[in-house]
Design a protein around this ligand. Structure first.
Ligand code: ADP
Length: 244
């Protein structure tokens, strides 16, 4: 689904990624591991078309992101969900409104505002079904900041699914939460990705979570891939050192 060919990313003097070649298949569940500054966020940003390579080619389902019109790029991005470290929910919005935000790229800001002002029954039912699936069906109209941290995680995953994505990218989604909630969120993300056949790419610090939940682990250091394989492979010791 994602293909990087000789991709370098230079932030005006800082080379964040160095001639990287990488191929991530549809439906794969991939964990990026590496110390701070290794290039994990930069790589996720490239996959999502948020940043463009200084040289090389990034393609999504065969489409070279740098050659797309802004409209086509928006379409590609509308099918890639993004779960940031802080979950990216708006605290004082209601749960249904936060989930509706999942379609902002597809609908535009005015379309989203229309949903806020008068959400149609079809959309409301769809959101409710997602919440039921997440085990918090009764929270549809609750203010988001009145929910527990774990419930907010579920809202963020529901918002991602409402986008009808082909891939979910999660940038350090568990680095600011306690281990139990971290496990729950990774378990939820990997489960829904498997059920929906989505590609999942998440960056993590915790090698044991990577080992337990992901098919493939990619170790990054100084903008280069230094490990690519199963977490159970021999290079695990090396990964531990990377993750430290
Ligand atoms: P990670 O997510 O693994 O911590 P990043 O992708 O955030 O790594 O950063 C990779 C490198 O690029 C680091 O050296 C970082 O300082 C640099 N970098 C990241 N974003 C920017 C930016 N917007 N401007 C300049 N340098 C940046």
């Amino acid at each position: 689904m994602f293909e990087l060919q000789k991709v370098s990313l230079d932030y005006g003097g800082t080379l964040a990624l160095k001639e990287m070649d990488l191929s991530l298949g549809a439906g794969e569940q991939v964990c990026l591991i590496g110390p701070s500054g290794a290039g994990k966020t930069s790589l996720l940003g490239l996959l999502n078309g948020r940043v463009f390579p200084t040289s090389g080619r990034v393609s999504v389902n065969g489409e070279d992101l740098t050659s797309l019109s802004s409209k086509s790029l928006r379409q590609v991005r509308s099918r890639i969900a993004w779960v940031p470290q802080d979950l990216g929910l708006v605290p004082n919005l209601r749960v249904n409104q936060n989930i509706a935000c999942g379609r902002v790229a597809a609908k535009g800001t005015f379309g989203l505002l229309r949903s806020f002002l008068a959400m149609g029954k079809g959309e409301r039912d769809e959101i409710h079904q997602l919440l039921v699936r997440m085990g918090i069906g009764e929270k549809l109209y609750e203010r988001t900041d009145h929910l527990s941290g774990g419930q907010q995680q579920r809202v963020a995953v529901a918002r991602a699914l409402f986008q009808k994505p082909r891939a979910i990218l999660a940038d350090e989604p568990v680095s600011a939460i306690d281990p139990e909630r971290a496990k729950d969120l990774i378990e939820l993300l990997t489960t829904v990705a498997r059920e929906e056949g989505l590609t999942l790419v998440a960056s993590l610090h915790d090698v044991s979570l990577a080992q337990r939940y992901f098919d493939r682990v990619i170790g990054l250091r100084s903008g280069e891939v230094v490990f690519d394989g199963k977490a159970s492979d021999e290079g695990l010791e090396k990964l531990y050192r990377l993750g430290a």
